[in-house]
Design a protein around this ligand. Structure first.
Ligand code: AHR
Length: 497
């Protein structure tokens, strides 16, 4: 039996756990908004038309921040269409996803929803078909207290207090040729810096996210980050990363996907710091990993047939047990980079490659990937600790050699949370953790998500098929924790100190 060892020590501090790492994403796409979070007429809808089952699951998941309204959608969006009396709102073509947008849900509904969900909003402005003026107008509508045309309009629409939205994305995936209003790095960098400067004149408290690459396989990856940062370094706070991973018939490579996420983060940090060095700047640009998830993307052929429908079911992937393990590993990776990754949003929240699925007029249910997110968000608190793991390597065709064990820990006033993934597709792994630095640590709980069949999923009628279950035989002896991690498993061990 292979063994991996690690050490838990309060001195191995990385950074505080930033609660914004537990973010999600709501895009006007498919059924994420309509019949996802919003469905007037649903038997469980509240007075605003919000699905209360989805609201409850969002809170249970521990989501802290939600990015809105896109995604590719935002690059053709007119925010004014989504405010004011619902009956007067225009129906439009959404070119990004080739669907009909009724605008029954917009900024004002989203802000009410965020309050009910207890999450922080993260807004994106349209830098595809629009520019500086429209971004400033939106910000004035949202954040200016009153006494101007746009802030008074918000008040007239029922929101007397400014929304005070702090986090703003300067467009979405502007490097991607599929993006409406796609730009070169120089074109986008110039537009982003001028938009950022103007937005700060409207409200100096905003935090601004510059678009990085849509993924690390883009031919312009690296050069894009360097160029846009050279334009906008002093005007922005974060640069974005997006990444989706899928199995592609190579389970072992897929299970090691977080290795790629890890390298992606390191490369963007290095690029941002390179630009800082060239500018002799002490300012550090941190990372907003504002789209990440598992997505069976090769199965998505796109929508280009001009068949415009309202809220069509789009990319409603069923997630497997293996997908949940990989999602758990992504969260471990994000926590391990907590010193530089400040924001992370799993894409998306409901129906679109989502932890929460719904049936129109029917129930909502938790997919497999719901669980590692919910438990990590609940228990990873306080400070993140490096764990100095050593152990076997596994060979993968996709990522080269990968550590079989992926692990991180957090420490708060009540104890320690140890998160661990066994990435092997076939072999269990013995975990040995040295806890002596914490004295007399005791196990409070140990749960593991794993399944004999890694392709097993949760369904509307069998929602609890793949869920975390108690991990047998985890024990502490003489300051050493021992546990056996099944192949393809995600584990959370909670300890008191
Ligand atoms: O999350 C789905 C889509 O993936 C988003 O709209 C886009 O930003 C990304 O390419």
């Amino acid at each position: 039996m292979a063994t991996a060892r690690l050490t838990l020590d309060p001195a191995f501090r990385i950074a505080p756990v930033n609660r914004r790492l537990f973010g999600s994403f709501v895009e006007h796409m498919g059924r994420c908004v309509y019949t996802g979070i919003y469905e007037p007429g649903h038997p469980g809808a509240d007075e605003h038309g919000f699905r209360t089952d989805v609201l409850e699951m969002t809170r249970e998941m521990g989501v802290e921040v939600v990015r809105y309204p896109g995604g590719n959608f935002v690059s053709g969006y007119r925010w004014e269409d989504g405010v004011g009396p619902v009956a007067d709102r225009p129906t439009r073509l959404d070119l990004a996803w080739q669907q009909i947008e009724s605008n029954q849900f917009g900024l004002d509904e989203f802000m009410t929803w965020t309050k009910e969900a207890g999450v922080e909003p993260m807004m994106a402005v349209n830098l595809g078909t629009r520019g500086i003026q429209e971004a400033c107008d939106l910000l004035e509508y949202a954040n200016h207290p009153g006494g101007t045309r746009l802030s008074d309009l918000r008040i007239k629409h029922g929101a007397a207090e400014p929304y005070g939205i702090g986090l703003w994305c300067l467009g979405n995936e502007m490097d991607g040729p599929w993006q409406i209003g796609h730009k070169t790095a120089d074109e986008y960098g110039r537009l982003a810096v001028e938009t950022a400067k103007a937005m700060r004149l409207v409200d100096p408290r905003v935090e601004l996210v510059l678009c990085g690459s849509s993924n690390s396989s883009m031919p312009t990856f690296g050069a894009w980050e360097a160029t846009v940062l050279e334009h906008a370094y002093d005007a922005v706070d974060y640069i974005s990363l997006h990444a989706y991973y899928e199995e592609k018939g190579d389970l072992q490579g897929f299970l090691a996907s977080a290795v790629d996420m890890d390298r992606f983060i390191d490369a963007v940090v290095a690029t941002a710091d390179h630009v800082a060095a060239k500018r002799r700047s002490r300012k550090r640009i941190n990372l907003s990993f504002d789209e990440w998830n598992v997505w069976n993307q090769s199965a998505y052929t796109g929508r280009t047939d001009g068949d415009y429908q309202e809220a069509p079911p789009l990319i409603e992937d069923d997630f497997t047990a293996a997908d949940a393990v990989v999602v758990g590993d992504f969260l471990i990776t994000l926590l391990r980079h907590a010193d530089r990754v400040s924001i992370a949003c799993q894409a998306q929240l409901a129906n679109i490659i989502a932890p929460i699925r719904t049936e129109a007029g029917g129930p909502a249910w938790r997919q497999t990937i719901f669980h590692p997110f919910a438990l990590t968000a609940r228990h990873a608190r306080g400070e993140v600790l490096r764990v100095e793991a050593t152990g076997p390597l596994i060979d993968t065709a996709r990522h080269g050699e990968a550590e079989q064990l992926s692990a991180v820990a957090t420490r708060d006033e009540e104890g320690i949370t140890l998160l661990a993934v066994n990435r092997s597709a076939t072999e269990p792994l013995d975990l040995v953790a040295d806890l002596r630095a914490f004295g007399d640590a005791q196990i409070v709980s140990a749960v593991c998500l794993s399944d004999d069949d890694p392709t097993r999923i949760n369904t509307k009628d069998a929602e609890s098929t793949v869920v975390p279950r108690p991990l047998a035989d985890a024990k502490i002896d003489g300051g050493t924790l021992q546990a056996r991690l099944p192949a393809i498993s995600w584990t959370l061990i909670r300890l008191t100190t």
